[in-house]
Design a binder for this molecule. Structure first.
Ligand code: SF4
Length: 347
């Protein structure tokens, strides 16, 4: 028996040929799976009963369930998803006037340990399958239609885990999400965010992945960044710069730098100057992020955030301030962590 959502289209065609079924059936089955998102062969109403029985004998579905959802005062909804093996991940629906964003996870836990992030306290238990990544989108989409009568407009890989350390599954999910014959989302509506895996950034360019790229920069110098992100030891600013230049030379797409503002750590004018210098290297924009309390730092005050933003804007760096959303339900940036006994924390 095999997970039907792990087999490729060409293997499905082969399977059908071996069962004397015409190749066009593969297209119909693929549509049920990746466009209509059914979780049972019985629902495939244009497939004969005989073929459905064959499929049932050889394949199964690994289904992702919503184990809980919590709604914030600001309309943000946090989902706790239970995977087929009982493990859990979180995802978030973030509605604004202009867009509806689904923030999704790529791993159960995380192997990295960025000190401002609650997920970083969890051990990495496993990578998510591409189907589990898509299931999060499908559930969030349903909720969005139910609550706001609007579909998702944007998807960001900014939930639990480092997407570029689960590269193949993330890219497989990206292909299903953007294929016009399946979910058909625009590639530029997807953002892959990385803590700074230089090799993964180059690979995105080599594979011509048109999703937007965001880099969690958070500090403009090696001395500071290493203090909050241990991944920086192998991916320092020189290494990242080289990877980003490679990326830009091939993709011609600007990069977004995510910059969390931490009081008296990275929010001074000196930091802003260093950040401007870094931003001159390749076309980019900066998102300044309000720190959501995860117990380790103090966020910069609103006046300081404004001063920092103004400095960047005066130096022609496109900059916006990202307001914290869903803080009251621990759904905001950096706050995702499973709060039950299934969680395994790092030592
Ligand atoms: S910020 Fe991202 S990469 Fe860093 S610990 Fe959190 S989930 Fe992992």
């Amino acid at each position: 028996m095999q997970d039907i959502r792990k087999i490729s289209f060409s293997d499905l065609v082969k399977f059908l040929e071996n069962h004397n079924e015409p190749a066009f059936r593969a297209k119909q089955i693929y549509e049920w799976i990746w466009k209509k998102h059914v979780f049972s062969f019985d629902q495939m109403s244009n497939i004969s009963k005989k073929l459905r029985e064959h499929l049932q004998k050889h394949f199964y579905f690994n289904v992702t369930h919503v184990s809980q959802n919590l709604t914030s005062q600001d309309g943000t909804v946090k989902f706790i998803f239970r995977l087929y093996d009982g493990k859990k991940v979180e995802g978030v629906l973030i509605p604004t006037q202009k867009r509806i964003t689904a923030c999704i996870s790529s791993q159960v836990g995380c192997s990295l340990d960025c000190s401002f992030c609650a997920t970083g306290r969890m051990k990495l238990l496993r990578n998510l399958e591409s189907s589990e990544i898509i299931d999060q989108v499908v559930h969030i989409q349903q909720k969005s239609l139910e609550l706001y009568q609007r579909p998702i407009t944007n998807i960001v890989f900014m939930g639990m885990g480092e997407p570029l350390l689960n590269y193949s599954n993330v890219i497989r999910a990206y292909v299903h999400l953007t294929d016009p014959k399946e979910m058909g989302l625009s590639t530029r509506r997807l953002t892959i965010s990385t803590a700074g895996i230089a090799k993964g950034i180059k690979r995105l360019a080599d594979d011509n992945i048109k999703a937007k790229l965001a880099l969690s920069l958070h500090a403009p110098t090696d001395e500071k960044r290493i203090k909050i992100m241990s991944i920086h030891a192998q991916n320092n600013l020189k290494v990242l710069h080289e990877a980003l230049q490679y990326y830009y030379s091939r993709m011609k797409q600007y990069v977004t730098y995510e910059y969390l503002l931490l009081k008296d750590f990275n929010d001074t004018l000196e930091d802003a100057k260093a950040l401007v210098k870094w931003c001159r290297k390749i076309p980019c924009k900066v998102n300044l992020i309000e720190y959501n309390n995860t117990g380790t730092f103090t966020g910069s005050n609103p006046e300081q955030i404004k001063i920092f933003e103004q400095y960047l804007l005066q130096h022609d760096i496109p900059t916006s301030i990202r307001k914290s959303r869903g803080q009251d339900i621990n759904a905001a940036c950096g706050q995702l962590i499973i709060q039950d006994k299934s969680i395994i924390l790092k030592e």
